[in-house]
Design a protein around this ligand. Structure first.
Ligand code: MTE
Ligand code: LUZ
Ligand code: MOS
Length: 750
């Protein structure tokens, strides 16, 4: 089935934040961000800006009636800087004007003097100076100290992975206006409406019930709007509260790139030990997470790195440490994978290092160490329904890894200018928010008198198709056509206390809540139908909008059934509440069962390298993926395609550069390269592994949002292998992104 948004999208009728018609008298906001990355504010003169005709007001921290605090997990981030600044672009003031142009003109008329302090952009330096955002954490399993003695081979290395700009098509923005009784309504481009509501209420010093947040859809979020929308929304809410007028803020691309956090760069040291038959016996790693100037979601991201640091491998002895380091960059934040890609890149690098030194294909080490049923993860969870080995083997059977290798070898023998490379990327991703209390959701369903259905959930549509999946769930339970169902905007007054739509759990959490609500309504309708037909509710079923008795169609249609229930004064509204069972985690022991289930898969990535230019093309990404029993194969395949390309971008071309002054040099699309159609794999095949799917996934359809991103990691190693085919002396350096510039240098490195 197509996305319910497909027609709206292609006809341009879908409504995004900027499409909401503005009210009369709307004012426009622009953010004045710090020109320096670190220092004391000595003086600010707003008089030039203030004098500009059309300027309504300039808002600073002094105007905040509540608290100047937007930190979500840790309260360490101000909405507007007070006396110090900690990164370039950090908001200092909000200009409110009659139009956008005037607001932006005023920015240039602000005079500021900052006494600069030392700027730190390197997490290892921050760590040395004791600049940590939160205490470091270590996951331990087995006996690492004694394990090395049992290893035949031990290898060490250093791994760097870079940041990544979300580059959602729709930049951050919000539109707020006062409603009555001192209340504010906010339209926000956010994955987390409740986070926006809570933060705005805190800033304004009013109760959460005075703030209504509404989200129709996002032009992409990718984690960048999981919590970072709350600052921007709070700014317009504040401006609207203070002026009594509607206020709109929509970031320009460059401002969005400068002011918002990105994927965390990591710098890591690993040590890996193997037995003589290539079993990984011990793995020790220390990672330095570049958190930026405030904690934001770094603690949770650090946690997911710890969980995923062994990818889908069983390793008896491990010790994984992550330091979350405070630097003078914008606070880094959630991005598809949420720390898992960084952790997995290190273990894959360690395996690649071992394979390179032992002169064997990495896949031989990978396959030998894949998880088996009932293996224990380093965090205590026992792996169940494991099929990573099956994915790997089916991929081998379908595509024949050895044959691909042979073909590549014979191609490489004949060709001098072009070399090919191949790598395999197995994936294991845990589904659930790692913070157990976040795994809850609610849904509100109305059946209207005419038989149409309105659904509200806490899920935010950001292009991933969650609304279509929600419509499918209701359609399936009621056995009505999808056209009868309408997805309402996500609104905090309809569904409260929502978790952000994130952790790939949007469909599972909200879908299960919706399923419960629909089942509740169905039960009442069956009782009504039983009364109408003189039988028990158990004998009733619904089929294609027809009421059936003992499986036989009757004359009663859905509309008639609903109308009768209404006339009998049956409640046609239901609220569903879902809290994921089973999961728990004990932070004092760093052990538990944090994930509802794991998603598994394996991908073979092949590339062709142009050894004169250093440029490369991805030839094939051949995947076997465990979807469970997909509710919507078309949407899920779209998620695989988008995720893979985004992962390839992170690993190979997207390079974020801050200079020593902490200034972002790659602040637009001429200096920051993301994948285009030419960088997409020429062939992307994804074979669905045949499985029944886990009981706790919605309709046994596994979460899909983030895991495919991880297949992109294979491209990094495929390119490295092609470089080695050209330059046999080349010792692999594990520093992503592997840009064409870097590739070129390495091709000719002695
Ligand atoms: N797909 C599109 N088109 N746009 C997005 O912003 N975000 C990704 C993924 N797929 C995203 C996307 C991320 S980071 C997550 S966590 C999931 O979608 C969130 O949605 P879900 O929980 O409904 O899968
Ligand atoms: N957000 C979060 C996430 O708060 N917790 C998580 O575990 C998570 N995982 C992936 C993406 N976002
Ligand atoms: Mo996704 S990083 O959980 O928004």
């Amino acid at each position: 089935m197509n996305s319910i948004d497909s027609i709206g999208h292609v006809t341009g009728k879908s409504v995004y934040l900027d499409d909401i018609p503005v009210r009369k008298g709307t004012l426009y906001a622009a953010i004045y961000g710090s020109p320096a990355a670190h220092g004391k504010i000595i003086r600010i003169d707003y008089s030039g800006a203030q004098a500009l005709p059309g300027i309504e007001r300039i808002i600073t921290w002094k105007d905040i009636p509540g608290r100047n605090q937007i930190g979500g997990i840790i309260e360490d981030e101000s909405l507007f800087a007070e006396h110090e600044v900690h990164y370039q672009g950090q908001p200092i003031a909000l200009i409110i004007a009659k139009d956008n142009l005037t607001a932006r003109k005023a920015l240039k008329l602000i005079d500021i003097k900052i006494e600069e302090s030392e700027i730190i952009t390197d997490p290892r330096i921050a760590h040395k100076k004791g600049l940590l955002l939160i205490p470091s954490r270590t996951f331990r399993k087995g006996d690492i100290a004694n394990a090395w003695a049992g290893c035949e081979y031990i290898f060490e290395g250093k791994v760097e992975s870079g940041g990544q700009e979300h580059l959602y098509l729709e930049t951050h923005g919000a539109y707020a206006f006062p409603t009555e009784n001192g209340s504010i309504k906010i339209h926000s481009s956010t994955q987390g409406p409740t986070i926006v509501q809570k933060t705005a209420a805190r800033v304004l010093g009013i109760n959460m019930n005075r703030i209504e947040v509404d989200v129709t859809r996002l032009g992409g979020g990718f984690g960048g709007k999981e919590d970072q929308a709350s600052g921007f929304a709070s700014m317009v809410a504040l401006a609207s509260y203070l002026t009594g007028k509607p206020v709109k803020l929509s970031l320009q691309r460059t401002d969005d790139m400068i002011m918002t956090g990105k994927r965390h760069p990591y710098s890591s040291d690993f040590r890996i030990g193997l037995t003589k038959d290539f079993k990984i016996e011990a793995y020790q790693v220390t990672m330095f997470q570049n958190g930026g100037a405030a904690a934001d979601l770094s603690p949770a991201i650090m946690e997911r790195t710890l969980f995923h640091s062994t990818n889908g491998y069983y390793i008896p002895n491990t010790e994984i440490t992550v330091h979350s380091c405070k630097t003078n960059l914008p606070p880094n934040t959630a991005f598809r994978g949420f720390g898992s890609p960084q952790g997995m890149f290190v273990i894959e690098s360690a395996i690649s290092k071992a394979a390179g030194e032992l002169n064997i294909p990495a896949r031989l080490i990978q396959e030998k160490n894949l998880l088996n049923e009932n293996d224990e993860f380093q965090y205590g969870q026992i792996a169940k329904n494991v099929n990573i080995r099956e994915c790997y083997q089916v991929a081998d059977k379908l595509y024949n890894m050895e044959k691909i290798e042979r073909e590549i070898n014979s191609f490489n023998k004949k060709s001098t200018q072009f070399k090919k490379g191949m790598a395999v990327m197995p994936v294991c991703f845990g589904v659930s928010f790692t913070k157990t209390p976040m795994n809850q959701a609610r849904a509100l369903v109305h059946i209207y008198q005419d038989g149409s259905v309105g659904i509200s959930t806490g899920a935010v549509e950001m292009g991933q198709g969650v609304n279509t999946k929600m419509a499918q769930i209701a359609s399936r339970v009621f056995s009505v056509y999808i056209e009868r169902i309408k997805l309402e905007s996500t609104n905090t007054s309809k569904v409260a206390n929502t978790s952000p739509t994130a952790a790939s759990s949007g469909a599972d959490l909200n879908g299960n809540a919706l399923l419960m609500a629909c089942n509740g309504l169905l039960k009442r309708l069956k009782t009504t139908a039983g009364d109408m037909l003189g039988c028990t509710a158990d004998e009733i079923s619904l089929q294609d909008e027809v009421v059936c008795k003992n499986g036989e169609k009757t004359q009663i249609l859905w509309e008639k059934l609903v109308e009768t229930a209404f006339l009998n004064r049956i409640c046609l509204t239901e609220n569903g509440h879902y809290a994921t069972p089973v999961i728990h985690f004990d932070k004092t022991r760093e052990k538990g069962h944090p994930f509802t289930y794991h998603v598994y898969g394996a991908a073979i990535v092949t590339i062709t390298l142009d050894c004169i230019r250093g440029s490369y093309e991805v030839d094939n990404v051949l995947i076997v993926h465990d979807f469970g029993n997909s509710v919507n194969p078309a949407i899920d395949m779209g998620q695989v395609e988008g995720g893979v390309v985004q992962g390839i971008g992170w690993m190979t071309m997207e390079e974020i550069i801050f200079n020593k002054e902490g200034k972002l040099l790659t602040d637009n699309l001429s200096t920051y390269k993301i994948p285009d159609i030419y960088s997409a794999p020429k062939v992307l095949n994804c074979h669905a592994l045949e499985t029944v799917g886990p009981e706790l996934a919605i309709f046994k359809s596994k979460a899909i949002g983030e895991p495919p991103f991880l297949y992109g990691i294979g491209a990094f190693f495929a390119i490295q292998n092609a470089i080695r085919a050209f330059n046999p002396d080349y010792k692999i350096e594990f520093d992503a992104p592997l840009t064409p510039e870097k590739v070129l240098m390495r091709l000719y490195k002695e």
